[in-house]
Design a protein around this ligand. Structure first.
Ligand SMILES: [Mg+2]
Length: 176
């Protein structure tokens, strides 16, 4: 039996994207994400974060900073009875793991035996739409209009654009 997953971009989805966030004190949560994680938990979807963190490559912060931050974010969510199964990040600029490349997605798929066709992704940039060479099915992807102009050539059946994370939450209620 394969797992289903809800994949989440971090900055702009879990927390406000202030640009290169790496300190707990800079985390401002997007309140709508709590309901989304709760729904996914209740419906037995794994919740997995996939985040580009090129600030490491650029020397702005370290892998340890990211590990510590994710641990604190995870602890905060656990206290709310919310479960994120795993956090993947990509430190490099030139990597198959860097979104929109699918490296992190495929590693998560392998690690947890995930059916991507029955899974979902939420992001706030066009780069959160994974590129696929046709060997795997991209999870249906919700793009939230945040501070970035979100357009993508594949907007249609597998990619949709939404005004707010709350709107995505309502959609997911009908899907998960
Ligand atoms: Mg983002």
């Amino acid at each position: 039996m394969k797992e289903k997953a809800l994949f989440l971009d971090r900055d702009g989805i879990l927390n406000v994207d202030k640009g290169y966030v790496y300190k707990w004190d800079d985390i401002i949560w997007n309140d709508d994400i709590f309901d989304i994680i709760k729904l996914a938990n209740e419906k037995d979807y794994l919740v997995i974060v996939l985040t580009n963190q090129s600030g490491i490559h650029k020397g702005m912060y370290t892998r340890d900073d990211v590990h510590i931050l994710h641990e604190k974010m995870n602890d905060f969510l656990i206290k709310k009875d919310l479960k994120i199964t795993d956090w993947f990040y990509c430190a490099e600029m030139d990597s198959m793991d860097r979104k929109p490349n699918p490296g992190m997605l495929l590693k998560a798929q392998l690690k947890y035996n995930i059916d991507l066709a029955k899974s979902y992704m939420i992001g706030d940039k066009a780069t959160d739409v994974f590129e696929t060479d046709g060997t795997f099915i991209r999870p249906r992807t919700f793009l939230v209009k945040g501070q970035y102009a979100v357009t993508h050539p594949d907007v249609g059946s597998t990619v949709s654009v939404h005004d707010t994370l709350g709107d995505v939450s309502k959609e997911l209620r009908n899907l998960l």
